[in-house]
Design a protein around this ligand. Structure first.
Ligand SMILES: Cc1ncc(COP(=O)(O)O)c(C=O)c1O
Length: 487
């Protein structure tokens, strides 16, 4: 077992105690230990180290330690050294927060009104946006990471913009999907969340627009960045009201429009080519930039057939994507594609925000991509996810009461389930939790009064039997509530 680190002791700033009598040092150490119960059980520095630190003879420190031992403040443990006595820590009163000293002043805004929808262990996450971790290629990833760690090419430093070879691989793949991309214009990010963060930090205009309902954490990030955020209504059943969008865009003149054009989170909506072309045309006419979040690509075979705004809108569009949702959430690797006019600012913004993402992780992912594992993985993943998507729709058809409706987005990770207004979402969330199922009701995603009343179902996360169980329980709860209302 490795040894415990040493406690740091402080003796004031003035060159202390060359002549300090041992008694003053005893008092100084005792006061520190008594004023902080957290020190209980901590290990004291060796005699020679403390003697060197404060510039006194070793014999003086030995005397000090002997005295502290005699007072029961410290105790020696076999061959391990001296430790602050348990008894001493236990009797020391907890120091009250000293008045007049405040922690750093933070904005009084919680991350999300409802709190972050963290996954609760033991509950079936019916609204998860992730792919089932059991489907992910952990072994192959582990092989690649092992190989990188063992190789002489293991990166010892980092490139702020991201590993060049990884950027080249990504650019080549984007080009195969019809997106003009050059490695020089790509920044590797800590998930696509950092891509969003970089753009929101760098944007020079005070107003942006995004979908309503929005990707809630992105909306919150924009608000925390002090931006005014305009919500553009998306109805996954009837689509976009482009007339309304146009009025809002002309009235508010956002400098940036952030859109998730495939399987938007949380509505599951995918834009049509006509809608994308219209947005690209407005972007040129009204002079706003677009940030396209392509999170849903690669997640189902269908998703590849949708055009990207970057293709239609050209370099007016910043494009972001991520490996976290389709490969492994813990990789936390995403990327942002700009062009020669924007890339310098984007890279510089990343530099000041985080310097770089871990180059080791970049190298491990690159190994995985270069061995051809990604495309092979996607082939099997698509089959499984297509089957899960169809299975989920079949279950909804078979189980849901007729007042409930849902979308059939054609793929992606999520669909939207909409409920009669008479059902309280909070109440349903709680009832489902008691039955072992977690739903996320997305209130934070809306601007003002929500025009939808329901939640997203993540059909890529739960295994077929789990999905059947979760939806059976949901149907039972809904029937119970609706039955009570009708009675
Ligand atoms: C639409 C959308 N964009 C971006 C992100 C950020 O994801 P990551 O940082 O894992 O790439 C999420 C996360 O759920 C998301 O739903």
């Amino acid at each position: 077992m490795s040894k415990q680190p040493f406690l740091r002791l402080f003796f004031g700033v003035e060159r202390p105690a060359t002549r300090a009598p041992a008694s003053r040092l005893v008092a100084a150490i005792r006061d520190q230990i008594r004023s902080s119960p957290a020190l209980e059980g901590c290990r004291l520095p060796p005699v020679r180290v403390l003697a060197h630190q404060i510039g006194v003879a070793k014999g003086t420190i030995q005397t000090v330690y002997d005295e502290l031992k005699a007072q029961g403040i410290v105790e020696s443990r076999n061959r391990e050294g001296l430790f602050v006595s348990r008894r001493e820590g236990a009797i020391a009163p907890a120091a009250p927060p000293s008045s007049g000293v405040s922690p750093p002043k933070l904005k009084p805004i919680p991350l999300l009104k409802r709190g972050a929808p963290e996954r609760r262990p033991g509950l079936l996450p019916l609204s998860a946006v992730f792919i089932d971790p059991r489907l992910l290629p952990r072994k192959r990833l582990a092989d690649c990471f092992r190989s990188v760690l063992a190789s002489p090419g293991m990166p010892g430093t980092y490139d702020v913009q991201g590993l060049r070879a990884l950027r080249e691989w990504i650019a080549a793949r984007l080009r195969r999907r019809g997106i003009v991309a050059h490695a020089d214009h790509i920044v590797i990010t800590n998930g696509s969340q950092q891509a969003l963060d970089i753009v929101l930090r760098a944007i020079a205009t005070p107003t942006i627009a995004t979908e309503n309902p929005a990707y809630a954490v992105g909306k919150r990030l924009a608000e925390l960045s002090g931006l005014e955020v305009v919500g553009l209504k998306v109805d996954p059943f009837s689509g976009l009201d482009l007339g309304l969008w146009e009025r809002q865009l002309r009235d508010h003149r956002p400098g940036l429009v952030y859109l998730t054009t495939n399987f938007q989170n949380p509505s599951g909506y995918s834009y049509t080519t006509g809608q994308l072309s219209q947005i690209a045309a407005w972007s040129r006419e009204l002079g706003f930039g677009v940030l396209e979040d392509d999170w849903g690509s690669d997640m189902l075979s269908y998703s590849e057939f949708r055009p990207s705004l970057r293709t239609l809108g050209g370099e007016n569009v910043l494009y972001m994507n991520s490996f976290t949702k389709k490969l492994l959430p813990s990789l936390r690797l995403g990327y942002l594609l700009g062009d020669e006019r924007t890339i310098e600012t984007l890279v510089h913004t990343k530099r000041v925000s985080s310097l770089a993402v871990p180059a080791l992780v970049e190298a491990g992912l690159l190994e995985f991509l270069e061995r051809g594992y990604y495309e092979a993985f996607l082939r099997t993943l698509h089959e499984e996810l297509d089957a899960r998507y169809r299975h989920c729709l079949d279950l909804l058809d078979a189980l849901m009461p007729e007042e409930v409706r849902w979308t059939a987005p054609g793929g992606g990770p999520i669909l939207w389930l909409d409920l009669p207004r008479a059902i309280s979402l909070r109440d349903l969330e709680e009832r489902m939790r008691r039955r072992g199922v977690q739903i996320v009701t997305s209130e934070d995603a809306f601007f003002g009064e929500p025009h939808l009343h329901g939640f997203r179902i993540g059909h890529a996360y739960l295994a077929p039997a789990e999905m059947a169980r979760a939806l059976e329980l949901l149907a039972r709860e809904l029937r119970a509530v609706l039955g009570r209302r009708a009675a």
